[in-house]
Design a protein around this ligand. Structure first.
Ligand code: MG
Length: 160
């Protein structure tokens, strides 16, 4: 460890849509038999929260500034690509990722069965361990009614 450490936090939420055939993608993993999330990109709220945590830790802005949803360039974008772009920006600025940790709050789908897949995909892109865990909202509010899902993420980075 270099001793020069920064922590960053990210949050994202997307609502479930009714567009036929739109897949649900979380942490780069496709969930079958569940409605997809509404979003300009692929709607991957987990990738978005991790991306924001990393960018914020390095003081490099946020996903809305770098990949605006008003730009057609990012329509339907693979959010792992956005995450990889953020990791490259950190590297260019002299930072490397130590680890990241995410909590997904969703009534459905269940995260646990795909947790290892999500962690593997995210860790591969980030180049450091990324942990994922799922929680239910216990019927409280919009998340509890299953209208959408949310993800919180924290990331630790260090100066290379
Ligand atoms: Mg988002």
């Amino acid at each position: 460890m270099s001793g020069d450490l920064r922590v960053g936090h990210g949050f994202d939420t997307h609502r479930f849509g009714d567009e036929p055939g739109r897949p649900l993608i979380l942490g780069g993993v496709r969930f079958e038999g569940v409605a997809g999330l509404v979003g300009h990109s692929d709607g991957d709220a987990v990738a978005h929260a991790v991306t924001d945590a990393l960018l914020s830790a390095a003081g490099l802005g946020d996903i809305g500034v770098l990949f605006p949803d008003t730009d057609d360039k990012w329509a339907g974008a693979d959010s792992l690509g956005l995450l990889a772009d953020a990791v490259a920006r950190l590297a260019a600025a002299g930072w490397r990722v130590v680890n990241a940790d995410c909590t997904v709050v969703a009534e459905a789908p269940r995260i646990a069965p795909r947790r290892a897949d999500m962690e593997a995909r995210l860790s591969e892109v980030v180049g450091a361990p990324v942990a994922v865990k799922g929680k239910r909202a216990e019927s409280l509010g919009a998340l509890g009614r299953g209208e959408g899902l949310a993800c919180w993420a924290v990331a630790l980075i260090e100066r290379r």
